[in-house]
Design a protein around this ligand. Structure first.
Ligand code: AMP
Length: 579
């Protein structure tokens, strides 16, 4: 079914959009002008200064964060408190021994101290590397070692996972444990957050920071090899601020909620940097997904701008549009989604449930910030990711890396390098970083097309990376975990289409001599992967097969497994065999 365009009439809006004419804004774009709005003092090009201290100086009593605990406890923090707590942590971590550009990993629940510590580390010159707390020990160890991390900040409930790999982390200098509002217990050879914070000063002179100093590292999965640490610099904040203003449409009085965890890039770029650089109050909800609970959070805090993900929207759709209607969520004025394709049904369902369409946008870990978006003032073509952000050249290119100017032709989605939040390397893997640039383009790894009016339409990944509930999973990481089990001779992992999560992780396994296929073994293998990798990354389905299709050079042909799974033609396998 074709969905009609949703027309926007900005005169109907109670809040006039910051971007009311995309073309005019694009024609007159200047990154320098954006930077001037931030009034960054010399030698303080620091994300923590711009997000926290700048607002504490101007508007100390304004609420920066409303924290809503999983047990419904509420805590409010002003920009001034934020400054003081992050300063104390900057003093504490400096005393512990942090040196400039040390990698500090975060493996915690979404608690207020996580955010204070992140900004404290940035003030002290360190790099923050947040990880998703549902990871198993193996992904944590891989990522930590790849980045040669120095510190891990965690919570008591997650500490046992770290302890189980501690001896495998040669560069680890200290573990810091945060006990949020609970009594500190004896935890062994770790530092306790509240102990090291105790006598720390509330003042801290931010280390000299340059725009090109390292700030944030996020891990992302590729087709081959283990996850790569995409490293970002303080300069990225220019993009976070600009997209916060013009895509998230943040206004001074907004109450903003981004549902993403900081373990994923959306949770930092848009859970921390975009709202706070715009001086906006942000909700941090500690709990997980529940339709009713999420609506209660919106209602309780009068959320105005809401940024979430397609899997969540599909789950909300399952719960029906009567529920949000019955809860009278009048405060909402603008809803966005990112991470996976948003089905046109999802866009339109927003209108039925909230009287608001849902605005899809596109970006990835490497781009650091939104590149393509549906803006409040732009007519929506349901199913399209929208148009390029001003100042950014996004294109469809052919296999020779030449731009395709003809409309509606499928090709690779590419971005012209040079935008402020572009990643600057894959940590300890410069070669792989360089391989992402071809001709004059950064190659995103996605396929898409652009229509005659410059709307982009997502087609699919150009590689074997699996997108499950908006989280990228590298098949190699899962295959590696599987073959560590004695019963597994070989494994090939693909994304199997799923109506809610878009894809689920499915593994094809051939067994070692002496092992028999059984449901019990299947369950054991799934359990083995869940323990090692965590529930989001482990396969949800396992199929036993006698032998896996391989190229002559021995690579598993995942594309063939996928074609067979989908009942599609297997294509010209002769080329694959020569791969
Ligand atoms: P990540 O680096 O984990 O943020 O994942 C980025 C990838 O997620 C992109 O390269 C796309 O494959 C996918 N993605 C993100 N946003 C969208 C979107 N709006 N529509 C389709 N795919 C998306």
């Amino acid at each position: 079914m074709d969905y009609p365009e949703i027309n926007k009439n900005i005169d109907d809006y109670a809040t006039s959009p910051n971007l009311n004419d995309l073309k005019q804004r694009t024609d007159n774009w200047s990154w320098e002008q954006i930077e001037n709005e931030l009034e960054i003092p010399n030698k303080k090009f620091n994300q923590a200064y711009i997000c926290v201290d700048r607002h504490a100086e101007k508007n100390p009593e304004k609420l920066a964060m409303i924290w809503h605990g999983a047990n419904d406890a509420i805590e409010n923090y002003t920009f001034q408190q934020f400054r003081e707590e992050s300063n104390k942590f900057a003093n504490a971590i400096t005393k512990v021994g942090l040196q400039k550009s040390d990698r500090v990993f975060f493996f915690t629940d979404r608690i207020p101290e996580l955010y204070f510590a992140c900004f404290g580390v940035l003030k002290a010159g360190g790099i923050i590397a947040p990880l998703f707390s549902a990871f198993g020990p193996e992904p944590v160890a891989e990522r930590f070692n790849r980045a040669e991390g120095e510190y891990i900040i965690t919570t008591p409930n997650l500490l046992s996972k770290i302890e189980s790999i501690r001896s495998e982390l040669p560069s680890l200098k200290a573990i810091i444990v945060i006990s949020h509002r609970s009594k500190q217990s004896e935890l062994g050879n770790v530092l306790q957050y509240h102990e090291i914070m105790k006598d720390m000063s509330k003042d801290f002179e931010i280390v000299n920071s340059d725009r090109e100093d390292w700030a944030v590292m996020h891990f992302t999965s590729g087709t081959t090899g283990l996850p790569k640490g995409a490293a970002h610099v303080h300069n990225a904040l220019i993009s976070h601020y600009a997209t916060g203003k013009y895509v998230l449409d943040l206004h001074e009085d907004d109450i903003y909620w981004c549902t993403a965890d900081p373990g994923w890039v959306t949770g930092t770029s848009y859970g921390m940097f975009a709202p706070w650089s715009n001086g906006v109050t942000s909700i941090i909800y500690e709990g997980g997904f529940s339709a009713r609970k999420w609506y209660e959070v919106i209602k309780k805090h009068n959320v105005t701008v809401w940024y979430t993900a397609p899997t969540a929207i599909r789950l909300l759709m399952k719960a029906g549009s009567e529920l949000p209607k019955s809860m009278d969520l009048q405060s909402l004025r603008y809803i966005m989604s990112v991470g996976e394709p948003l089905n046109p049904e999802g866009v339109v369902w927003g209108e039925a449930a909230f009287n608001l369409p849902i605005h899809d946008n596109w970006w990835q870990t490497e781009t650091g910030a939104i590149m393509v978006a549906n803006y409040p003032s732009l007519n929506i073509r349901p199913g399209s990711m929208g148009k390029a952000f001003p100042g950014i050249k996004v294109a469809i290119i052919d296999d020779n890396f030449k731009e395709i100017t003809e409309p509606d032709v499928e090709g690779q989605l590419a971005v012209k390098p040079g935008w402020p939040s572009m990643f600057r390397t894959y940590w300890n893997d410069e070669e792989r970083y360089q391989s992402r640039f071809k001709g004059e383009w950064y190659i995103t790894g996605d396929r898409a097309k652009k229509d005659i009016d410059d709307y982009f339409w997502f087609i699919g990944r150009d590689d074997d990376v699996i997108n499950t509930a908006g989280h990228l999973v590298g098949p190699f990481e899962v295959e590696s975990a599987l073959i560590e089990h004695e019963a597994v001779a070989e494994a090939g992992v693909i994304g199997k289409p799923d109506p809610v999560a878009m894809e689920i992780v499915k593994a094809f396994v051939s067994l070692s001599e002496g092992f028999e296929q059984s449901d019990e073994l299947r369950r054991e293998l799934i359990g083995h992967c869940r323990n090692k990798l965590g529930p989001g990354t482990a396969p949800r389905e396992i199929e036993f097969i006698d032998t896996l299709p391989k190229t002559r050079s021995g690579k598993i042909m995942r594309r063939l497994l996928k074609a067979r799974e989908l009942g599609l033609p297997e294509g010209d396998t002769s080329t694959l065999e020569d791969d």
